[in-house]
Design a protein. Structure first.
Lengths: 163, 163
DNA sequence: TCAATTCCGACGAAACGTGTCAGAAATCCC
DNA sequence: GGGATTTCTGACACGTTTCGTCGGAATTGA
């Protein structure tokens, strides 16, 4: 049962930056699965992990952020589990990703809300990073959870028809 | 001489994903500095590292990718150094970043050019990642090296009202 | 020949990502 | 109350990646 995510996939060259971690992948798939399986009663973690073939214990740890961000409600004890805290159509994927990872920021010097890096002088470079940051966040926010949870493939269509 | 990039900057919270590495930061700053200092004769690595306060030996290693990608020309030996291989206005930052890191891909399952992940069935999620990928690449390509090398570019002025 | 410079591979320390595990706390049902 | 179920939490382990140093080889100009 240790065969999650073929590890050969990732060392395909130098392999790339700007990557989301497995944490994000798992977290998003959890949310999508929960959306699909949520029919009024709480869905247990085990059910979702089995359904999506995700490492349960790790997922357990990942979910904390989603709960803290108020995206899901949890109920402990027998017959407990998770529910969406809001309708899927009102949850932007940007919220989900920001709950899973920290703030989405492509370069450390943008993290401190105030001054863009200490090299303020000629640091025109920070413009590049902040445009990337904005683009990523816009792209994420252009999807809702409901978009991804729709079973049929035409998700691209629905989101392409957005404004 | 070991005071590059205050390490406290990065553990600011869980701190975030979708980050470019220092490699990218250094590489980009190298390119910008080279653009500014290139006046016909090759510019030595030491000069650039001093100017930008970057770890020279590390930079040396990073630059290999830029050379291999044909973005800079190098000349060995005394009075050697680096030159831009093309005019700065014709170099998109996307090229620079892709030369520094691998291909810009936000999730491993998009790396294999063909099929998006092996869970093809209901993996609507991959659409999210591919939109992010496209957004990032577009954002990067919307800048040229010349844009960043301009000393008094407008946005930089607004954020740097000092000196 | 000597000095300057790029080029290259190896090495090391530290951080991070990806999980696992054990146990505490809450809740439901009999 | 007691037992079963389930979330919650913190600690730990392991491999990989990042960041950077070092030493030396190759190339070139003076």
């Amino acid at each position: 049962m240790n065969d999650h995510q073929d590890p050969a996939q990732r060392d395909l060259h130098g392999s790339g930056a700007v990557t989301f971690s497995m944490r994000s992948e798992y977290g998003v798939r959890f949310m999508v699965a929960l959306t699909r399986m949520d029919h009024g009663e709480p869905v247990s973690l085990t059910d979702i992990a089995d359904q999506e073939d995700l490492p349960r214990a790790y997922l357990e740890q990942i979910i904390g952020g989603l709960r803290d961000a108020g995206l899901i409600d949890s109920q402990r004890g027998a017959h407990g589990g998770y529910r969406l805290a809001r309708p899927a159509s009102e949850v932007r994927m940007g919220e989900v990703l920001r709950a899973l990872e920290g703030p989405i920021v492509p370069m450390a010097c943008l993290a401190a809300a105030g001054s863009p890096c200490n090299r303020a002088d000629n640091c025109t470079v920070s413009q590049l990073w902040s445009r990337v940051r904005d683009s990523v966040n816009e792209a994420l926010d252009s999807f809702t959870l409901a978009d991804l949870a729709k079973p049929g493939s035409p998700v691209a269509l629905s989101s392409a028809a957005k404004h």
